[in-house]
Design a protein around this ligand. Structure first.
Ligand code: SF4
Length: 71
């Protein structure tokens, strides 16, 4: 299992994570990125996934480095 963490309060809404990894990321109503697997938004979001797949690419493409994937 891998852990994906998103410090969403520092998101600058560039859209990179959503473009590269739309199965995991979306914009929430406040315009900040959000992990789709979670029903409600939180300041720091965290999910456990079998396969982080494109989340690693999102981590690399996030200009403010607020996506973290831990294997
Ligand atoms: S890549 Fe980073 S800054 Fe851009 S929308 Fe995603 S979390 Fe926000």
């Amino acid at each position: 299992m891998a852990k994906v963490e998103l410090e969403r309060m520092m998101c600058i809404s560039c859209g990179n994570c959503i473009d590269i990894c739309p199965d995991f990321f979306e914009f929430a109503g406040d315009g900040l990125s959000h992990l789709k697997a979670l029903k409600n938004t939180e300041e720091t979001e965290e999910i456990e996934v079998e396969d982080p797949s494109c989340c690693t690419q999102a981590e690399e493409l996030c200009p403010v480095s607020i996506i973290h994937v831990y294997d």
